[in-house]
Write a protein that binds this ligand. Sequence first.
Ligand code: GLU
Length: 496
Amino acid sequence: MTQKDAVRVRFAPSPTGRFHIGGARTALYNYLLARQTGGKFILRLEDTDRKRFNPASEKEFIDSLHWLGLQWDEGPDIGGPYRPYRQSERRQIYQQHINELIRNDHAYYCFCTPDRLAEVRNEQKNRKEDSHYDGLCRSLSLAEAQARIDSGESYVVRFKTPKEGVTTCYDQMRGEIRVENRTLDDYILLKSNGLPVYHLAAIVDDYLMGITHVFRGSEWLPTFPLHTQIYQAFGWQQPLWMHLSLFLNPTGKGKLSKRQSEGNNIKAVYTLDLKELGFLPEAVNNWIALMGWSYDDHTEFFTLPDLVENFSIEKLNPSPAAVNFTKLDHFNKLHIRSLAQDDLARRLVPVFQQAGLDVSLEKLIDLMPILQERIRTLDEAVEIAGFFFRDWVQPSPEDLIGKNMDQPGSLKTLQAAIEKISSMQSFNLELVEAQLRESADSLGLKAGQFFGILRMAVTGQTVSPPLIESMEIIGFEEVLRRLQKSAEILANSFEL
Ligand code: GLU
């Protein structure tokens, strides 16, 4: 099959933990290949580990995929021709396939107790051997095994790994991987609770669901020979396998851990935490797409449709890559700038609301010309522009004192500004600025001193978007109210 044929791919998370950016990348690559080829993207929940199953995790996976905009075509919530898409509802199917392997002598019942297995492991340790199942039950006849099952003995089913020869696996990115069969263990396929493990369930499902390409983490490389052997035991054709590169800590040393710090910026490695930190899904997709894939050696900005168009499995790179959060900031800034003003404003509404500010979409749209270029994350918008929506910005008397100035001088400055603005007939921005500069001149102040005091009085901040434009958006009546309140604060502190 060439890449342009319609693929069937799946993202198959185990809902046991949080949704890591590594998982997001796997989902993204699946999505891109499906959309590019007009194929199908399937969501399958691998929830056979009932001890570790966590409904909150399942919800987080689904919410994260929705947030990233990676909609699937078949899945547990929307159904599809190969349903059910939840492994815990497919027990019967696995049982039938386990029976087939046993019938064909590719698997066997094993009755070894945990105590015996622990003993075997201990002896192997003493002999400095790698721990592996010693094969005691491998030669039990089916009749013997059946009798023990009938008498109520607990059992698992193990794969009967060939002990001679070599297994050759093929990974699209890594080429051929050859492993001596004598180094392989007889893995458990069916646990004593009757549920299959990943190795069996994923393979049966991939086959039955017609999966053509498998993107998965490189943590599955050690058991890749087992998977190849299971395919061979069933006599099925394997999909095209791609074991994606590992994510390393920002320092480039060690596997990425849960929370990373880089400089003073603490960044999260969970997709929904990135949402909370004010990153756009577009930026996250762009960032993770390039952790293991590249278009060429310089093009970096990609929207999701760009990625759909340009993604190719030939350009995947198996080398581990250090996660670079500075790059994420960079992409976020670029994607924020590339949004339409009303789109960005709409996304900012909930961010301001969460900060307890009563915003209107209209006013946020008005702010876009002075805000859009200034923010790296959505959250920063609240830091920079929260003052537009606050009743009162609460500068302290000390903050209201201009550079190299005293309280009386700063108060006089505020009063002069109040007088000037009150007397204005028109609020043409250039005129306002010119007139305020005149006031500064007549007080013998530098523009920086004069506008610094005004900025603090109106915004409560030492840094803000352009002051005169901001004043226009706030409205001159409100500006006067803030100036007057600030003047009162200074006057009162002066009297004390
Ligand atoms: N459930 C497996 C995991 O979460 C899926 C691996 C695969 O894609 O085959 O790692």
